[in-house]
Design a protein around this ligand. Structure first.
Ligand SMILES: CC(C)(COP(=O)(O)OP(=O)(O)OC[C@H]1O[C@@H](n2cnc3c(N)ncnc32)[C@H](O)[C@@H]1OP(=O)(O)O)[C@@H](O)C(=O)NCCC(=O)NCCS
Length: 204
């Protein structure tokens, strides 16, 4: 491990272990590995005050800012219903955030949900918008799903900006939809289908 210029710990795993699933101009997406533990936890901890207001309360026994939180990321990295992908800066591989694909449903729905966060030191550089665009390509081509949904709180202007920039459309409004910090919060429902993505959304 080595210290990066931004102060987080930089992962130096062998390149062959770190094949990206998608590469853009600014960032790449790749699965997390054990070797990412220190850098991931450092990014979470230094961003805690920024991220905590937007996150659900952790399940009992899980520390989302520590080892058990990273263990959970590894467990959910590649399952039937989930993917967890690190958002890494393309120039040097630094982990700058995380993109989660959850609720993968096959059968008659062929859908999933996206969630994302960027470390506090790395926001407003277009990283999340590009990460979501890359994730849409992964979801529609590699996973062959039909629809992607993002639910965001009405006062989350940053997340709405990402949804708009990545080509999603607001479909609806769900009162008291997700429990955040112990309170049921209204959410806007944003989504994109493969038809709209093929027509308008392939911009990464
Ligand atoms: C939401 C979040 C992931 C955005 O990440 P990001 O990498 O900063 O987003 P981008 O740089 O791609 O921003 C894209 C657009 O969103 C909008 N936006 C982003 N941050 C914003 C802010 N703080 N205020 C207003 N608009 C904002 C802008 O339109 C921006 O484009 P611009 O920078 O050219 O003006 C980040 O703010 C974050 O992690 N927030 C806390 C966790 C969270 O809310 N997750 C989503 C839950 S639904």
């Amino acid at each position: 491990m080595a210290a990066s210029s931004s102060g987080t710990t930089k992962n130096e795993a062998a390149p062959e272990q770190r094949q990206p699933v998608a590469v853009g101009k600014l960032v790449l997406l790749r699965f997390p590995e054990e070797a990412d533990r220190a850098a991931y936890i450092a990014l979470r901890r230094e961003s805690r005050a920024f991220l905590e207001p937007w996150e659900p309360l952790p399940r009992p026994g899980l520390d989302p800012w520590g080892d058990s939180g990273f263990d959970r990321e590894l467990q959910l990295a590649d399952t039937e219903h989930t993917r967890r992908l690190l958002i890494c800066r393309k120039t040097d591989g630094l982990i700058v955030g995380r993109l989660g694909i959850s609720g993968i449903e096959r059968g008659i729905l062929q859908t999933c949900h996206l969630g994302y966060w960027i470390g506090a030191a790395h926001v407003r550089r277009g990283y999340c918008t590009e990460a979501v665009r890359l994730a849409l390509g992964y979801v529609f081509t590699a996973l062959k799903l039909h629809r992607v949904e993002v639910n965001l709180q009405p006062d989350n202007v940053a997340s709405r900006g990402v949804a708009i920039a990545a080509g999603l459309k607001q479909e609806g409004y769900s009162p008291r939809y997700i429990k955040i910090r112990g309170q049921w919060k209204d959410h806007e429902r944003w989504a994109i289908t493969i038809e709209d993505w093929c027509e308008h959304g392939q911009r990464s």
